[in-house]
Design a protein around this ligand. Structure first.
Ligand SMILES: [Zn+2]
Length: 99
């Protein structure tokens, strides 16, 4: 499943740029629909907003589910740490040659 890179919530018209921590979906009688992704800060706000949309008939009725995004976030962080260590080691070798 392909996920957006940042939280789907907008605050005062400005998109939240935090990485998503949860996938939001609704379980209706026709099946499960993915609605959005959300960061930790905006779960409560999004829940309230979705209930209003359901009442107004703007999204399918059903149980709203929040599932943690684990795999995507872990892979990303590991890659960055490896790159950082490599650069530090190269710098160390250069400065020894000059001295
Ligand atoms: Zn957010």
């Amino acid at each position: 499943m392909l996920l957006p890179e940042s939280c789907s919530v907008k605050v005062d018209g400005v998109e939240c740029r935090l990485p998503p921590a949860h996938v939001v979906s609704v379980q209706s009688k026709d099946g499960e629909y993915m609605l959005a992704v959300v960061c930790d800060d905006h779960i409560a706000g999004l829940k309230g907003r979705l209930r209003v949309l359901q009442k107004e008939g703007k999204m399918p009725l059903g149980k709203i589910r929040f599932q943690p995004v684990i795999a995507v976030v872990t892979d990303c962080v590991t890659g960055i740490e490896e790159d950082y260590v490599e650069i530090e080691l190269k710098r160390g070798v250069d400065s020894e040659r000059k001295a």
